[in-house]
Design a protein around this ligand. Sequence first.
Ligand SMILES: [Zn+2]
Length: 206
Amino acid sequence: MANDDYLSLLGRAKEKLPETIEKHERFTIPEPDLLHEGKITTVRNFGAIIDALRREPEHLLHYLLRELGTPGQIEGQRLVLKAKISPAQFNDRITNYTETFVLCSECGRPDTHINKEGRILVLECEACGAHRPVRVRRAIRSDEKEGLREGEVYDVVIEDVGRKGDGVAKLDKYIIYVSGATKGAQIKIRIQKISGNVAFAVIEHT
Ligand SMILES: [Zn+2]
């Protein structure tokens, strides 16, 4: 069969689909199309993601900026983030957003809208009529090291000195041992190793 025939057949088959099936086709969110330029990440199809989620662009923007801990803005159909964000990090946040603000917890459909009842946000399902309060939970980060990376340089204050004589600094949830650092010093350090909440670093001489 020639390709053209096949396509027109496909087109006709699609036209014949009853409307209900069309409506209930699988809910898909477009794969984010990320472009990295230095420390800037551009989501080139942000507009398409918003269209799929049917939420206010500003709402998703604020959620993403908070969860990713980065400044950023919407520029037309694109989202520009001022940090290097991996596809996995981005997908993670979109998945959490979708579960929190879009999907009905009863029927799993995305045909929902958000209403404000007093101070409470309520997700109302257009498909099954269920409502539930929107519970915003912090994203469980699969990439806990995003705030601290091996090989990267950070500014810290040495708050204490450990038993082995290393300086001790705290950053986010990490305790960082800095070899040769003295208490009270405000220094740049380079992370050498991260193990759970503990990191080991050396002084970065600039
Ligand atoms: Zn529902």
